[in-house]
Write a protein that binds this ligand. Structure first.
Ligand code: ZN
Ligand code: ZN
Length: 184
């Protein structure tokens, strides 16, 4: 077996980082993680949660009183700052440019986040799970057709996911399996 077989591609690497960011999510709706990447370097990360300093949905046990999920209200917006918006906010807070960057997200951006992504100069979106449908998908597609942004759905290969799981479940820095030691 070639030693490279289990090495994640760049897209897989950044999607895995987004998945790890999602583990920090504090909204009860569903966990989302995001990573902004520029020239193959991570410049900011984010996950969905209440605005800095405000009580987390997970801590109070509900998103709004009587509502178990931020998604359940037809009138109120999510209490959570979405993962993409948090990553962009983190970059802004620290004075890091996002112009020409890419973003990796575990969920396709909602229209609010997509507009923010476009206006902040991010050109490429890679996401794991689809989100927009119906009229929202039409609005999304209108932005794509204007050449403002590209969206691509990506997934981790089983091999890479298994390797990452092993790294998480066990000490990582141990000798490689014999098959991955280059022959002399
Ligand atoms: Zn919430
Ligand atoms: Zn959003």
């Amino acid at each position: 077996m070639a030693c490279d077989d289990q090495r994640p591609k760049w897209d897989e690497y950044f999607l895995m980082l987004a998945k790890l960011a999602a583990t920090r999510s504090t909204c009860l709706a569903f966990p989302v993680g995001a990573v902004i990447v520029k020239n193959k370097q991570v410049v900011a990360t984010g996950y969905n949660g209440s605005p800095s300093g405000s009580v987390h949905c997970t801590a109070q046990g509900f998103c709004y009183p009587g509502l178990s999920s931020c998604d359940a209200s037809t009138t109120l917006p999510s209490r959570a700052v979405h993962a993409e918006a948090n990553a962009i906010a983190q970059a802004a807070k620290h004075g890091i440019s996002t112009d020409g960057a890419s973003i990796y997200v575990t969920l396709e951006p909602c229209l609010s986040c997509l507009k923010l992504i476009i206006s902040t100069g991010i050109k490429e979106v890679f996401y794991e799970t689809s989100f927009n449908s119906g009229e929202k998908a039409l609005v999304r597609d209108s932005f794509i057709n204007e050449g403002l942004v590209t969206l691509k759905q990506i997934q981790l290969s089983e091999t890479i996911a298994q390797k990452a799981a092993q790294f998480l479940l066990n000490p990582t820095s141990v000798a490689r399996a014999v098959g991955c030691v280059p022959e002399v």
